[in-house]
Design a protein around this ligand. Structure first.
Ligand SMILES: Cc1cc2nc3c(=O)[nH]c(=O)nc-3n(C[C@H](O)[C@H](O)[C@H](O)COP(=O)(O)O)c2cc1C
Length: 252
């Protein structure tokens, strides 16, 4: 029995036991699954809403789609800057008694605790050597962790690797679980995954705003990816990954 005041054991057990499911049958059957829609009023009884108003924001939402074909070409540093600033850039500072100044970001975070970190595997970004970087939020800068063309190594960790070969960026969102769980306990784990969704959507919208494609990727081997990033998988672990790059319009 796990004691109720244990903040993290249950979620950690869940986390490390939810590697991609090796269930070929379930994946095969999924091809025939129908998407279901809950409808609680009879036909014609639902209150009809006006069509959504056209706006730049609505156009971005409507244009976002998963891209699984990329064309590798040089990416201006400004594009990467915009992607990272949208993902989790500082928007303002706030002073909290007992904590001091905190940096608020483009995405909300439960309790303002910001459990997520961003790593960027970049190639052909102008002014930045190919390699793996950590995003320094407060400086809005990149910290080089490993130089070199590391994309090939990802073949062993990222199930979608063949589909994102031409992407300039693979972003990894990691969580330092204790940041949220020290306050929220087991429920903090939920907040972490919710927050990853906020950040990922910001990336997708920034990408499409700049004419780029993106792909959210939950299909990766946790152990291998954490190893690649130098994370222990216990205190800090990858929780989401995304590809960003120029869409190969000949294939899409
Ligand atoms: C949590 C999550 C994980 C996903 N993982 C993958 C993935 O591993 N591989 C992939 O090709 N697409 C992945 N997708 C993309 C979905 O397949 C895609 O969003 C969905 O089919 C709807 O299509 P759209 O994004 O073009 O609107 C993922 C999406 C989400 C939200």
């Amino acid at each position: 029995m796990i004691p109720a005041d244990d903040a993290s054991t249950l979620s950690l057990l869940y986390h490390i036991n939810s590697e991609p499911w090796d269930n070929a049958e379930a994946y095969k059957e999924a091809q025939d699954y129908e998407v279901e829609y809950k409808e609680m009023a009879g036909p014609g009884d639902a209150l009809k809403l006006p069509a959504p108003a056209a706006s730049p924001f609505m156009r971005l939402l409507q244009a976002r789609e998963s891209c699984r074909d990329y064309r590798l070409c040089p990416m201006p540093a400004q594009v990467l800057s915009n992607i990272l600033a949208s993902a989790s850039g500082v928007t303002r500072t706030q002073h909290l008694d007992g904590i001091g100044g905190i940096y608020l970001r483009t995405a909300p975070s439960a309790g303002g605790l910001f459990p997520l970190e961003i790593y960027a595997l970049a190639r052909e970004v102008e002014g930045a050597a190919d390699g793996l970087y950590h995003y320094n939020v407060r400086r809005h800068g990149l910290e080089l962790l490993k130089a070199g063309g590391w994309f090939a190594e990802l073949d062993h960790a990222l199930l979608m690797a063949p589909l994102v070969q031409g992407a300039n960026l693979i972003l990894f969102l990691s969580a330092i679980f204790a940041r949220s769980q020290k306050k929220y306990g087991p429920r903090g784990y939920r907040y972490i995954t919710l927050e990853a969704g906020h950040v990922a959507q910001n990336v997708c919208l920034s990408a499409i705003e700049q004419g780029l494609g993106s792909l959210c990727m939950g299909g990766y081997l946790d152990g291998r990816l954490n190893g690649f990033l130098g994370l222990d998988g216990i205190q800090e672990a990858v929780v989401y990954s995304l590809a960003v790059g120029y869409r190969d319009l000949h294939h899409n």
